[in-house]
Ligand binder design. Structure first.
Ligand code: NAP
Length: 252
């Protein structure tokens, strides 16, 4: 039977922004593959919600810093759901917040490993699978960056801001590289969004409330608001948009 529904693969789809993208994609008629690293229970909950919305689903465990895991994830998702048409490059961490001179090398290395190298491994595999040049069906990639790339995150995590600067460059270059191969590449740059990242990765549970007054819209964003921008860029409504970067940051 020919494939009729588009298939999206979302890295780090078990929680936060990735989970919101998965749920909205299911609502909009996509079949959904989510990757998670450690929290299988959270991934299962997300996929149950997607399934209830009518999507075919699969969860793929894998550490996106490991090249073999990235390839296996694409293989598993394709075997379960058919050719992948959209990839959301979302998995990421910040590392404990602090000034650069006080931050240990392993904290910085872990962040660069997943946010930069991991994202590049995923983008490379997406290019190999989606490009019409390699027999793929075309589609789009959405990279999750951050407004930190232009704000710099002084005193918090400048290494994280730098990692997202790399994502912005990746988006511009890969969009040009894949434009003739049927693949659009765009980014979404969230501002402060209500997820576990602030408590679990940054180690700063009060951060969202503390920063509220610096956000022109005077509130933090919800993951569902970021997901709307991602789904727009994935959709045919964005058919002439590639290399773009949409801030979803309440004006910050
Ligand atoms: P989150 O709630 O902490 O969720 C992170 C997700 O990434 C989880 O599903 C986690 O899976 C997965 N993950 C982490 N390391 C991984 C690895 N090595 N391999 C595979 N998966 C991995 O984070 P979030 O706030 O939704 O952030 C998602 C993206 O948005 C990140 O790129 C982040 O930098 C960006 N962003 C977030 C904000 C914000 O304020 N929340 C603002 C700007 C940008 P497990 O739970 O299984 O480990």
């Amino acid at each position: 039977m020919p494939q009729t529904r588009p298939v999206v693969l979302i890295t780090g789809g078990s929680r936060g922004i990735g989970a919101a993208v998965a749920r909205l994609a299911a609502t909009r008629g996509y079949d959904v593959a989510i990757n998670f690293k450690s929290d299988r229970e959270a991934a299962t909950h997300v996929l149950e919600a997607c399934h209830a919305l009518g999507a075919r689903t699969v969860a793929c465990q894998g550490d996106m810093t490991v090249e073999n895991d990235v390839v296996r994830m694409f293989d598993e998702a394709t075997a379960a759901l058919g050719p992948i048409s959209h990839v959301v490059n979302n998995a990421g961490i910040t590392g404990r917040s602090g000034r650069l001179e006080a931050t240990a090398s392993d904290v910085i290395r872990s962040c660069i490993d997943i946010n930069v190298l991991g994202a590049i491994w995923v983008a490379r595999e997406a290019a190999r699978r989606l490009s019409t040049r390699h027999g793929g069906i075309g589609g789009s990639i959405v990279n999750i960056s951050s407004v930190a790339a232009r704000l710099g995150s002084a005193g918090e995590y400048v290494w994280y801001a730098a990692s997202k600067g790399a994502i912005d460059s990746l988006t511009i270059g890969l969009a040009q590289e894949l434009a003739v191969d049927g693949v659009r590449v765009n980014a979404v740059s969230p501002g402060i969004t209500r997820t576990d990242i602030h408590e679990k990765s940054t180690g700063d549970a009060g951060r969202m409330e503390r920063f509220r007054s610096k956000i022109p819209l005077n509130r933090v964003g919800e993951p569902e608001e970021v997901a709307e921008a991602v789904l727009f860029l994935m959709s045919d409504a964005a058919s002439y948009i590639t290399g773009a970067n949409i801030p979803v940051s309440g004006g910050r």
